[in-house]
Ligand binder design. Structure first.
Ligand code: SAH
Ligand code: SF4
Length: 374
């Protein structure tokens, strides 16, 4: 029998499922709270549900996280997990603790079809979309395993960024219920301002997100001119910069924050010149309310690209700041375990292929699975 994984249902979906079982819709709220607020995976724990319902659920449903292939903890507290999504594919999630927040960076796809020049996930190609259960399982697992190891019932993750592997807006139907679960007060209760979708610029889906579930938006820009962006982010040929910025302005009409974050990965000698900094100012200043986040490139051999020097990043940032654009340079976290959003994929690719090799030697796979203290 194929037991349905309840991690795949937002509250509305779970209510419909309960109705199918001949149960009142409000039972879904109780069930949803057990799963997402309390991290329950065993129906017998759910003491306020009738035994008959628990038995019914146990016979046809499950609450199952993704198998953990590896866990790496950095000296600065950053934790990176690699999850097995089957058929030799693996995806990553990263937890980044800070004094005033806990951020989880999660994946939306195994691989990615956009194929950005500087991105290791892009170089891997596209394997498949994650389903809603696989997206939310990353948050469910991280939140509740961290609470258990901290011995506390307090919320650990306050922010989620869709900046792991994959293009979230090319997996919209699975993303949307996952976002709703993050925001739901009966689920994770995260503020819309603290859930960020990062996109390479899938224009029609930016509009859909604005209409369906506006959360904070980050757009991976990387170049102020189409000719260069076409090469770095091939999707630009379909949705060029002017259309992308129009979509950003439409998004701002309903966005929970009054700015869009533009991400700009600093590539030595490619997009880090003073001329391009001035072009970026011309493009954005007075046209889109925004903040710019300069990201140090995480090099990997197949890219043939190198990271801009600190001096070039500073010079580029200075031009933007002096022109009045709010600009930050992303600090790297978890350097010792190669863990920072968007900077892991090269490492993951290596691990993934190592994992594929391990699949053929099942004993090793077992040894690689990390057992977490309960
Ligand atoms: N597909 C989405 C979200 C995942 S990528 C997007 O492109 O926005 C998350 C961020 O990591 C993006 O801004 C991306 O440009 C950046 N990134 C990808 N590869 C990188 C690398 N090698 N070094 C630094 N940042 C990288
Ligand atoms: Fe895909 Fe984002 Fe990587 Fe581009 S940067 S290939 S869109 S994951």
């Amino acid at each position: 029998m194929n037991a349905v994984n309840l991690l795949g249902f937002d509250l509305e979906g779970l209510a419909a499922y309960c109705e199918q079982l001949g149960e009142k819709r409000f039972r879904a709220t109780q069930l949803f709270r057990w799963i997402h607020k309390r991290g329950a995976s065993d129906f017998d724990q759910m003491s306020d549900l009738a035994k008959s319902l628990r038995d019914k659920l146990a016979s046809r449903a499950q609450i199952t996280a993704l198998p953990v292939i590896s866990e790496h903890v950095s000296a600065d507290g950053t934790i990176k997990w690699l999850f097995d999504v089957g058929a030799g594919d693996a995806v990553e999630a990263v937890y980044i603790p800070e004094s005033d927040r806990g951020t989880l960076c999660i994946s939306s796809q195994a691989g990615c079809a956009v194929g950005c020049r500087f991105c290791s996930t892009g170089h891997q190609g596209f394997s498949r979309n994650l389903d809603t259960a696989e997206i939310i399982a990353q948050l469910w697992y991280a939140e509740h395993s961290l609470r258990r190891r901290q011995g506390s019932d307090e919320r650990v993750i306050s922010n989620v960024v869709m900046m792991g592997m994959g293009e979230p807006l090319q997996n919209y139907s699975a993303l949307l219920p996952a976002l709703r679960m993050m925001l739901d007060d009966h689920g994770y209760g995260l503020s819309r301002r603290r859930v960020t979708v990062s996109t390479s610029g899938v224009v029609p889906m930016i509009d859909r997100l604005r209409d369906d579930c506006p959360v904070a938006l980050a757009v991976s820009l990387h170049s102020p001119v189409d000719a260069l962006r076409d090469q770095l982010v091939p999707l630009n040929k379909k949705y060029p910069i002017a259309e992308l910025l129009d979509a950003c302005n439409r998004y701002l009409e309903r966005a929970p924050r009054d700015f869009i974050t533009f991400e700009y990965c600093m590539l030595d000698g490619v997009n880090d010149t003073p001329e391009l900094a001035h072009e970026l100012v011309e493009l954005l200043r007075g046209h889109v309310s925004c903040k710019i986040n300069l990201i140090p490139f995480n090099p990997f051999p197949a890219s043939g690209l190198t990271r801009s020097s600190r001096e070039r990043v500073t010079a580029f940032a200075d031009i933007l700041i002096k022109s009045g654009l709010i600009t930050t340079v992303r600090k790297t976290r978890g350097d010792d375990i190669d863990a920072a959003c968007g900077q892991l994929a090269g490492e993951v690719q290596d691990r993934t292929s190592a994992y594929v090799r391990m699949v053929r030697a099942p004993v090793l796979v077992k040894a690689a699975v990390v057992a977490l203290p309960s």
